[in-house]
Design a protein around this ligand. Sequence first.
Ligand SMILES: Cc1cc2nc3c(=O)[nH]c(=O)nc-3n(C[C@H](O)[C@H](O)[C@H](O)COP(=O)(O)OP(=O)(O)OC[C@H]3O[C@@H](n4cnc5c(N)ncnc54)[C@H](O)[C@@H]3O)c2cc1C
Length: 442
Amino acid sequence: MTLNNKAIIIGGGISGKLVARVLSDFYKEVIILERDHEPVGPSPRKGAPQGEHLHALLHAGEYGLEELFPGITEDFYGGGAVKINSTLDLSWFHHGVWKLRYDGKYSTTLQTRPHLEWHIEQYIKKIPNVIFQYNQIVQDFLFNEAKNRIIGVQLKDKSLKADLVVDASGVSSLSSSWLDKRQMAVPTEKVDINLSYISKQFQLSGKKDRGWKIKLVYPNPPHEKIGGTISKVEDNRYIVTLMGYHNAVNDNAVLKSDESFVELARKLPKQDIYQEIENATPLSKTSIYRVPHIIWRRFDKLENLPSGLLLIGDTFCRIDPVFGQGMSIAVLETLALKKLLQKHHRELDKVPTAFHKKAGKIIGPIWNMVITEDFRYSETRGKKPVGLSIQQWYAKKIFLLSSQNQYVYDSFIKVMNLVRPITSLMKPSIIKSVLIYAFSRK
Ligand SMILES: Cc1cc2nc3c(=O)[nH]c(=O)nc-3n(C[C@H](O)[C@H](O)[C@H](O)COP(=O)(O)OP(=O)(O)OC[C@H]3O[C@@H](n4cnc5c(N)ncnc54)[C@H](O)[C@@H]3O)c2cc1C
């Protein structure tokens, strides 16, 4: 296979690293430009501030990462990550009911985000034609004269040329504005959720086996807005993440002291998390991260998108993090990219357009599922999905049935873990269960 010359990736976060892995088979040189310093260990970093908050790796992400980096899952566990049975070790209070617990087929990996990223980075550093350049902030694209092709990127004091530029710089990506100032307006879907994430790590006291490894207490919309999670991570630590939709949490008050964080946990619909941390030892400062809106930049719909440019991960779409799917979406997108690179290896110029279409298809159903939930709050602003109230009605029945019907919950957990399409919840057997449930309640 003839290798193309050079690919540049803006951003060395999760997506940037994954893309580097697949591009390295098709380009002689792959350069990752990352604005942060080189990490010296698995620690939070400025460029990915969401990394201080819980980052569960769902089954689709776990499985896909293993395909991209054979052996990485065992490395995660060797470093202290926690493997859980997705239905047995997860205790989940959702829409006012506890979901069933049973020994199912799927696993989820619990670890801190810095731990996960650090391990991926070690794999990337072993690929000889991938070069990491740290402390590099990309400031603009370089265009050809006709302004229909990206030929490189502009940094503070130099420019770099490449056959392909990938933007993996995440939600703060400036691609849209760089394109916009050249009359290429990217259609954008934006939904305001005004969500705050507040996290802290603890050493829990008492018994070692708590009967769960992760516990989720979600707010029951529209009246409850504050929820939380507690999850085991490396070194027998627990990360507690509390979240509030539509500015329900007073950020300044909760940041005041360790006690004010614990007090916020008392406001959750169930006291479980509060009871775990009221006598626990705090191991970290309280971190806060705000998600004013979620955003889907429709690069797949921009007709005059220049060639030589590919966009992936949170650059393309940031969904509501409460569903824990962002990293797994990046993995699914990368696997799709790998297939397209193999298919078009003689005409790599065809890949970006085909990829953006494919990514749009991966994102679409997940975006729809997530905003269907977000729109349960009347304060949520943005474009509502078609048939919202019927979708909300149906989804609610699935959530409630998940506390009593193992078949329905099993189907739902597969969808949540992105291993089955959302349409699998529309099978006649599930519709029947939903209707019987709804009818019998009447
Ligand atoms: C609070 C919160 C909790 C979450 N929890 C989960 C979870 O439980 N499970 C899950 O799967 N997902 C979760 N997510 C989603 C997940 O964080 C993202 O989907 C994922 O980080 C996307 O990776 P990315 O590489 O596209 O972007 P990022 O990880 O944000 O990486 C972007 C990188 O680009 C660099 N960069 C930015 N601009 C430039 C520039 N101009 N030049 C050079 N470099 C630049 C940044 O420094 C950074 O390293 C959560 C998100 C949030 C906000």
